[in-house]
Design a protein. Structure first.
Length: 120
């Protein structure tokens, strides 16, 4: 079976295809068929565009000053929480390693104790 090469589409083509779907209201399958691409591919592009609009908010409009301040505050808060989480995780990892070392020592001690008790 021959290897299938993956087609690459430039960003302008993708944006144009998504714009056709959004502006004409035609079904994704029909637009994909007209453009000669997979409907699944076009569906993914449309979904990515919708998520991008949601993430950027306001459909790409600039945020108000109060919204920018709140966004900056939330980003600082997130950064602090990420740092705190990393520190807590490092502490838990250190404690886990210590407990594993203690467990290994106890396992070896039990083996030695059993051998001694058996008279070997």
């Amino acid at each position: 079976m021959a290897a299938v090469t993956r087609r690459r589409f430039d960003p302008e083509f993708r944006a144009g295809a998504v714009r056709i779907v959004k502006e004409t209201g035609k079904p994704i399958a029909q637009v994909a068929r007209d453009l000669g691409i997979s409907p699944y591919t076009l569906h993914n592009w449309v979904q990515m565009d919708r998520l991008d609009e949601q993430y950027n908010g306001n459909g790409g409009k600039a945020l108000e000053e109060s919204e920018q301040e709140e966004l900056a505050r939330l980003r600082r808060e997130k950064a602090a929480l990420v740092k705190q989480h990393a520190q807590e995780k490092a502490a838990w990892e250190k404690e886990r390693e210590q407990l594993e070392d203690e467990r290994d020592v106890l396992k070896r001690s039990v083996v030695l104790w059993v051998k001694e008790a058996m008279g070997r």
